[in-house]
Ligand binder design. Sequence first.
Ligand code: PLP
Length: 627
Amino acid sequence: MEHTEFRVKAKEMVDYIADYLENIRDRRVYPSVQPGYLHKLLPKEAPQAPEQWDDIFKDVDEHIMPGLVHWQSPHMHAYFPALTSYPSIMGEMLSSALNVLCFTWASSPAGTELETIAMNWLGKLLGLPDCFLNEKNDSPGGGVIQTTASEATLVSLLAARTRALMELSKLNPEVQSAELLGHLICYCSDQAHSSVEKAGLIGLVRMRYIESDEHQSMRGEQLEKAITSDKEKGLVPFWVCATLGTTGSVAFDNLREIGAVCEKHGAWLHVDAAYAGSAFTCPEYRHWLDGVELADSFAFNPSKWLMVNFDCTAMWVKDSTALHRTFNVNPIYLRHENSGKAIDYMVGDKQTYIKKKLRKINNILKGINNSITVVNGDAKTNGDDTLKIKDIPKIIKDINGNLPNGDHKNGKLNGDLPNGYNENGIINGDLPNGYKENGKINGDLPNNDLKNGKVNGDFYYDDDEDETLHGYNKISAGCGEKIQLEDPTKKEMMHWQIPLSRRFRALKLWFVLRNYGVSGIQKHIREGVRLAQKFEALVLADPRFEIPQPRNLGMVAFRMKGDNALTERLLKRLNARGYIHAVPACFKGIYVIRFTVTSSRTTNQDILDDWNEIKTVAKEILLDVFG
Ligand code: PLP
């Protein structure tokens, strides 16, 4: 296809798309084709000679369209919504034409930067705490667009696994990681999506399912019991997945209770809000977010209810270093002249690393300064940390070369301490270059140290067995040149995910956020909930039906009273007729039909028509069964 033909045919395609969406209500939502139908209609091999566009497109109309489920239809009630919208389609059109890959900042600077901006907008729109945003220079948190909620769950589990293994390796340096892995255990509710189980399978870790309460909600007490009992068996709880809006019944785990348990046991808390996340754009639904500040990662799918077409999963993390540690490889072909200077989540890493080291030193100095006893080489600081005195030289070396005097001997700091080191519980004299006194960094920093959030001169640090910082490079700035430690607009998204390459998905998200605005998005969500309430009222008013679990948001799980078999027959027949499409769920042995309001085009009349269809089929079934 050449330019001239593209101009004509692409415009025709736009009309085809607009006609399709405008008239979608007229189509049978569920196809009547049988497995293998398309194999019978299309050739077994690709054509040798180029084919005309009109011939190709004729096949779309005749063979492909009849085999599709029409997800944008107002009569589509299966699964959760997978909505698109005109601004989203425009974003997809443009991004597929540009086809830029946004793995490093240099591979497409605007791609990376727009993603950060759009994710900050979206995070604020949901009311997420600042620690998940990437706006402040010293914040290691931030958002990234993943392909699916399943992938976000896996990324989170793998990052938590790396963190847990590093901690375990420190305590058991002689034990292989593979052996330590066998001790790890993670948790989710018995209502969690199957993708959580899959993440555990891929991560090679045990998963324990916590029994949910009568509202299908995972509670802190049950989790605490399970964790305590597992710890007694020598297992190490490292990750918990809480669901906000379960797939079966849109139930909500109790984040505040679960968060407190995770905090107590040092487990990473991931929140899977795949469907319900979109509702948090409306303040009235944010009570389910209570406790989210205790989470380590949070993900939801704008590709479900937020009218951003698939794929688009928004994921935020509090500490991106945990992702880098897990996914950072740094081959030469991905380095660029701005590496270190002009990035990124990696630079954020270095900043966090240095800060951590300074904090450790300050703790030690503080501990010593408070006359904390040194017993067998361990100094007990003000906090609960026990710091090995023998680590001091190593830590200081990390930042400032060899520690000259004052190395410890026999469990004590001996001999002449260099400037500023303590003797007799006091920090004496001037602190050496760059060390801290009275909460401030004094004097000139030696080469490479951190001052005022900047690194001076060349900076380099080695892999460190404690921190497992692999693959870091010398920052290519000349001596004396100041390197901005973190520029939030310049990030390497490739370290935040499993694949290397990434699409320019931020464009469609940004288009939707701008074209609808906050008010338009909120209106759309509230309308979906209102229509679900309308359907709920119709079901409740009919004595042949019941709703075993209270409706939440835009999904009603209903059934015919009596044996499960009645509802099973009802659903089978409804789907076979193809006017509406729905799928079942089963909680605690009760079979239900999930009726989700999916489409942004659904009207009151659509809901009434769907209810009439359901009643008609239910009447037939009752007649068949009871005569
Ligand atoms: N988590 C929940 C709660 C879901 O409902 C779903 C799918 O509906 C998923 C995860 C999986 O989503 P994805 O297809 O984006 O992986």
